[in-house]
Write a protein that binds this ligand. Structure first.
Ligand code: ADP
Ligand code: MG
Length: 391
């Protein structure tokens, strides 16, 4: 059904992987894949089958071999680490052949455990489009454990940290699956907008997480390592949606694990308030990227260090595109007027938070949102932050 976009057109009832996996229903989709619920006939259990598009299989930034190497690293580096249980475990992988414009194309299939509703979906159907602070802290503690494992032990950058890539762990998998089979599956066909971009469809029922017990018991796993990179050598290609994109990525500078911390800072704000912290807009005279950089200066109250503006003489990346040279050295080229808008003030626009709570929440966000990547706290430091302590 999705030909032209390189998706494999799987059918319910189809057997894949030498007959081992029987397709039951669709669980979801992303930019690069469709994910199916399948019955593993050998182990007699349900699994999730992520079928990468032919396009993703072929043009992954990192070669397929490297992606499998990273998945292997995630699985084997240190199962005793407390973050390990918050990482999706891959059980098996194989390739299948599909048709694209009459030609044979290859699709990588990743088999994993079945997880529940995503944090993004829970947020979108919650009152005020936001989650209670206690629940946000519970989610963050687990994502930070996961990131500590991914960053420090596996030396991998996830690069796509966002609420839709944080899935709940169903408390009772079999009844969760039974329930999912009696509800309407997500549309089998992604909606394509007028520019030919695939957009997420919200009208069909996602699998629901039902917090039968208090929200502090929510269990989370980090998924989707399809765009992950080794943390060394540093990459410079563009990653992350613009709303969650770290400044060094916009500037085309070498980036590493701190880009995940930046995104998580943006996600924290989003989960707490239901709004994007940075919602960059183009105006006459400047681009969305210019606007993002200007808002970063305004909300953090920081200025970009010399090594990020090219002022240190080593004009790397795209710094010249955004920053002045010569007498206005280091100033943004197209935006010259700034408001002072501390992140605490923006928080207060959306939620009733004040006093000590506001101070600690603001401090937590600031630790993640320093303009200079090396100034951002790492995951294990953030886990000890005062704001995450109580619940
Ligand atoms: P992409 O790289 O295409 O974004 P993801 O790995 O994020 O692919 O998967 C796309 C969607 O499929 C997710 O947002 C989620 O809704 C669903 N999904 C992915 N993996 C699982 C899983 N193990 N269990 C349940 N649903 C999943
Ligand atoms: Mg995804």
């Amino acid at each position: 059904a999705n030909e032209g976009y390189g998706y494999y057109a799987a059918r319910v009832g189809e057997h894949l992987g030498d007959g081992r996996y029987n397709i039951v229903r669709k669980l979801g989709w992303g930019r690069d894949s469709n994910v199916w619920l399948a019955r593993d006939l050998v182990e007699k259990r349900y699994v999730a089958l992520k079928i990468l598009s032919a396009h993703a299989t072929k043009t992954h930034h990192i070669s397929l071999e490297l992606e499998l190497k990273l998945l292997h690293r995630l699985k084997n580096t240190n199962p005793a680490h407390p973050g390990y249980k918050h990482i999706l475990s891959i059980l098996d992988h194989f390739s299948i052949t599909g048709k694209e414009a009459g030609e044979d194309v290859s699709h990588l299939c990743l088999v994993s455990e079945v997880l529940g509703e995503g944090v993004g979906s829970i947020r979108r159907r919650s009152e005020g489009l936001m989650l209670p602070q206690g629940m946000v802290k519970t989610i963050l503690r687990q994502v930070l454990q996961a990131l500590d494992y991914v960053h420090r032990e596996c030396r991998i950058v996830h690069t796509d940290i966002k609420p839709d890539n944080m899935l709940t762990i169903p408390q009772d998998l079999d009844s969760f699956v039974e329930h999912s089979l009696t509800t309407e599956p997500p549309s089998s066909r992604p909606v394509i907008d007028s520019l030919g971009r695939k957009i997420q469809q919200h009208t069909s029922q996602p699998l629901k997480y039902s917090p039968s017990s208090p929200s502090s018991s929510i269990q989370i796993k980090l998924i989707d390592f399809g765009h992950s990179c080794p943390s060394e050598p540093h990459s410079t290609h563009t990653v992350q949606p613009l709303e969650l994109r770290a400044p060094e990525v916009i500037l085309g500078l070498p980036w590493s694990t701190p880009v995940d911390i930046w995104s998580l800072g943006c996600c924290t704000f989003e989960l707490l308030t239901g709004a994007w912290l940075f919602n960059p807009q183009a105006e006459k005279g400047w681009t969305t990227e210019d606007d993002a950089l200007a808002k970063m200066i305004e909300y953090t109250g920081e200025s970009f260090p010399d090594e990020m503006t090219g002022e240190d003489g080593r004009s790397t990346g795209r710094t010249k595109q955004y920053f002045e040279r010569d007498i206005f050295l280091g100033r943004l080229r197209r935006i010259t007027e700034f408001d002072s808008l501390p992140v605490e003030e923006i928080l207060q626009k959306y939620i009733p938070i004040k006093g000590q709570e506001l101070y600690e929440c603001g401090s937590f966000l600031r630790e993640m949102l320093h303009l200079r990547p090396a100034d951002r706290s790492d995951a294990s430091t953030l886990l000890r932050h005062k704001w995450l302590e109580d619940y």
